[in-house]
Design a protein around this ligand. Structure first.
Ligand code: AMP
Length: 283
């Protein structure tokens, strides 16, 4: 496994791989790896010859009051974990390398980014699509892997790749959870012991929503009200949003039908966590 920390060095390696006819899989991350990230590496190593994991805490996707500075970082630990999962290269450029003085080009996907996390975090997705577009240019992957955990992000990136004819296959892999249901996230490290227990309300309320749907409920308002009720019952929890949207256009649905994404963002103390579930075949 190689750690590559400059763009020119990464580009040179990419040229060599292409010349050798090797396919490249890219797993973009912000590091502080967990099983969720590693599941993407494992998927990539099954389908591509060279697996590149990027580790870059991208400043332009964080709002001014968000956690860019304190976002957890541990490159040494990440190297070991990524290697064990089958990564061939860790690409970890510096902020200056990615955004030198005078940097002024951004990629923005419209419409799909206006709701859900896009509404709560203005500018967030512009930062995400810009960094991912840059990583795609640098690494030139055949396939890039993203997690269902960040459902809106995955849909937005798919749209960007399509709209800009990037010729890169975007694969979306299932959310990996702790045994008790909490979706794995680098930000879970911020939670105190009590908050960690309270955080179970995210998965719990999604399961409650699924149960209601299984019992025949199709009215979005009623399901959202049940989710809100569960979140309210946990003292350290504050709902940012709970929304039921179409999985293709991310538009809110009053009545559930076809395939729906139930997505939520909840502050547990000061930590903002997200989770979601997809329900299919609704009539
Ligand atoms: P991050 O480092 O949080 O930016 O995430 C990097 C990639 O890992 C994104 O595609 C995420 O959707 C994915 N990811 C994060 N957490 C999980 C999880 N629990 N299960 C599956 N994929 C995840």
């Amino acid at each position: 496994m190689k750690v590559v920390d400059t763009i020119p060095r990464m580009s040179t390696l990419v040229k060599i791989f292409k010349k050798e006819g090797k396919s490249i899989g890219l797993v973009p991350t912000m590091g502080y790896l967990h099983e969720g990230h590693l599941s993407l590496v494992r998927a990539a190593s099954k389908h591509t010859d060279v697996v590149v994991m990027s580790i870059f805490v991208n400043p332009i996707q964080f709002g001014p009051k968000e956690d860019f500075e304190k976002y957890p970082r541990d490159l040494k630990r990440d190297e070991e974990l990524a290697t064990s999962a089958g990564a061939d290269i860790i690409f970890s450029p510096s902020v200056n390398n990615m955004y030198p003085a005078g940097y002024s080009t951004y990629v923005n996907v419209e419409t799909l980014t206006s709701g859900l996390c896009g509404a709560s975090r203005p500018g967030h997705f512009k930062g995400v699509t810009t960094v991912v577009a840059k990583l795609f240019e640098i690494v030139r992957p055949d396939i890039s892997y993203f997690g269902q955990k960040d459902a809106q992000q995955a849909i937005v990136i798919k749209k960007m790749a399509e709209d800009l004819n990037m010729g890169i296959e975007i694969k979306i892999m299932p959310t990996i959870r702790e045994k008790d249901g909490l979706a794995m996230s680098s930000r879970n490290i911020y939670l105190s012991e009590d908050e960690r227990k309270d955080a179970l309300v995210l998965h719990g309320s999604l399961m409650k929503a699924e149960e209601m749907i299984k019992s025949g409920e199709r009215e979005s308002r009623k399901i959202i009200r049940a989710i809100e009720g569960m979140i309210k019952s946990v003292p350290s929890a504050r709902l940012d949003y709970a929304s039921i949207v179409d999985t293709v256009n991310l538009k809110e649905a009053k009545v559930l039908s076809g395939e729906m994404l139930i997505a939520l963002a909840v502050f547990i103390g000061k930590t903002r966590l997200i989770d979601n579930t997809i329900v299919k075949g609704l009539k």
